[in-house]
Design a protein around this ligand. Sequence first.
Ligand code: URA
Length: 265
Amino acid sequence: MDNATRLHYLEAMGITIWVPRQRPIASEAEAMQSEALQNPVSQDVDYLQSVDQLAIQAEHIDLVGNHFNARSVPHDTLSFNNDWQTLQQQVAACQQCSLCETRTQTVFGVGNRHADWMLIGEAPGQNEDLQGEPFVGKAGQLLTEMLRAIGLRREEVYIANMLKCRPPNNRDPLPTEVQACHAFLQQQIILLQPKLILAVGRIAAQNLLNSKQTLSSLRGIRHQLHNIPLIVIPHPAYLLRSLLEKAKAWEDLQFALSVYKELEK
Ligand code: URA
């Protein structure tokens, strides 16, 4: 990506306020570009890792590796041996909660099924419900720009939501709805076996980590979900309302990238 394009993406994220004063903006972009070139994001996934290795356990691990909370994630009644196609069909036919009555369609997930990076959001909004794809509205466009800013194309990652159906009027998901969709998401994680999970937004983060902590206290920490590192980033819809938060989001993305690069070593 050339500098002008990268700067365009960074600007779309409000990056102009993130550039240190002592450094001209062009050199910042060049530094990022050369770093991205030196550390290309691999799409390789180790398929040999068995499903059994995915201990059904969520735990938080801080940056120095201390475990400070752990819980068991209950298995659901669905089989964990589905292939992608069967799973997608099950999701499309799902009537486990009342959201099936108001949805236009289910929103399964999109992207590279061999991706190293998995992004998990909260639930489809109006645009996603209409188009059947996660993160396609304004917030989705910003999420795509955020990924581009760290050298990832949307098609390279896998994007899913906790809920596969839109809650009416974009209200927060109910615990019963999260529970009803839980097994679908677990199976997506098992099929994908990502190297890194990004929890997009407070609600996704709190549910995935079974935590009531604030977004800011969950940020900047290498959590674990099924032995997969999980990093929390703010929801792009939230970032659309706050330039200052975009600055912090940039740090979160850099942190995620550094965790990913550590895994590659
Ligand atoms: N917000 C989400 O969390 N997911 C989407 O797909 C769209 C908006």
